[in-house]
Design a protein around this ligand. Structure first.
Ligand code: NDP
Length: 325
């Protein structure tokens, strides 16, 4: 019998239940995956709470990332076959022992990337890839500010920035997290629960400001993030860990120095198969070369998703978290 976590109504972590689940046969274009590991991501909490409505309605199986083995394929699938070791970021439904996934979302895993690492790096690593390489293509000598530097995306982004020759300033919410981020590529890390991060960034950049702020914290770092950016720089607001950014007047971007602003998401950047494959190849390249190390600092059973969400929303986790299936 197959089990999955299901959300029957939007709300706190307690709305998730461990249910018997029938994924059905793979439809044309789909592959059936037996998960060995599933990624835990902050976006999972947005769907669970209702901040992002689930496109499938209620109940739904949360989760957008997993790794495992192909056990069956639907009609017309030629890129993967039973026995292949694969990972994906894709539509909701990964908090399940088995599920069907559109086969064009799957990537074959290289030998140097085990399943647990794959489930820890796909969504977070592809996000770091597009933010640092496409949203604001960083080059040697640039300076970035990355909020929640000790988190899942944050630890990957710091190491990748160092690999690119970029000066990386991070923020983190405790002295232990500051130390962890410093050990993962960041040149400077500000404890933003203790110090004023705007003032510190101004000091660190001799008043100039950074070229780009990558902001996954949202409400609590707005509008401070804008005061950290040099004229004509970019504010990439990519998440809501503290709550969504409130509506604001576009005139603010003028006042803060003719800034650019974007609200990007991975699913748009990786929508085309060729982009997904190119992004994943680059990500696997920096991981297998050792330039970026994936830190799986928390492991849970899928049935313990409630505890996992409490830890993530309670700021108790660092680096990546996975469910081992
Ligand atoms: P993290 O592991 O970074 O966890 C979130 C972190 O945010 C916490 O650990 C905490 O770190 C910080 N934080 C700050 N304020 C709060 C608060 N009030 N409540 C909870 N946490 C807070 O998560 P992920 O790596 O999974 O994701 C990071 C961000 O990136 C999220 O906002 C996520 O939605 C976004 N994201 C966006 C994507 C996109 O394409 N747009 C794709 C992937 C992720 P600290 O204690 O150090 O402040």
């Amino acid at each position: 019998m197959i089990h999955a976590i299901q959300v029957h109504e939007a709300g706190g972590p307690e709305v998730m239940q461990w249910d018997v689940f029938d994924p059905g046969e793979p439809k044309p274009g789909e592959a059936r995956i037996r998960h060995t590991a599933v990624g835990l991501n902050y976006i999972d909490t947005y769907f669970r709470s209702g901040l992002y409505p689930a496109p499938t309605g209620l109940p739904f199986v949360p989760g957008n990332e997993g790794a495992g083995e192909v056990v069956a394929v639907g009609e017309g699938v030629t890129d993967v076959k039973p026995g292949d070791r694969v990972a994906y970021v894709g539509p909701l439904g990964s908090y399940a022992e088995e599920r069907n996934v559109p086969a064009d979302r799957l990537v074959l895993l290289p030998d140097g990337v085990d399943d647990r690492t794959a489930a820890a790096l796909m969504l977070k690593g592809l996000t770091a890839q597009y933010l640092l390489r496409r949203t604001f293509p960083l080059k040697k000598g640039d300076t970035m500010l990355f909020h929640a530097a000790a988190g899942g995306v944050g630890l990957i982004a710091g190491q990748w920035a160092r690999h690119l020759g970029v000066t990386a300033i991070g923020t983190a919410g405790s002295p232990e997290k500051v130390e962890l981020a410093l050990a993962h590529g960041y040149d400077h890390v500000i404890d933003y629960r203790k110090d004023d991060f705007v003032e510190k960034v101004r000091e660190l950049t001799d008043g100039r400001g950074v070229d780009v702020v990558y902001d996954g914290v949202g409400k609590d770092t707005f509008p401070g993030s804008l005061d950290c950016i040099r004229p004509l720089g970019l504010w990439a607001s990519f998440g809501n860990a503290s709550g969504p950014v409130p509506p604001f007047s576009i005139g603010l971007l003028n006042q803060k120095g003719s800034l650019f602003c974007t609200r990007p998401n991975l699913f748009a950047y990786a929508a085309a198969r060729e982009d997904l494959v190119a992004m994943a190849d680059e990500l696997f390249g920096v991981v297998t070369s050792g330039a970026v190390k994936i830190r799986v600092n928390q492991e849970y059973k899928l049935a313990d998703a409630v505890a996992a969400h409490r830890d993530l929303e309670g700021r108790k986790t660092t680096g990546s978290s996975v469910f081992v299936v």
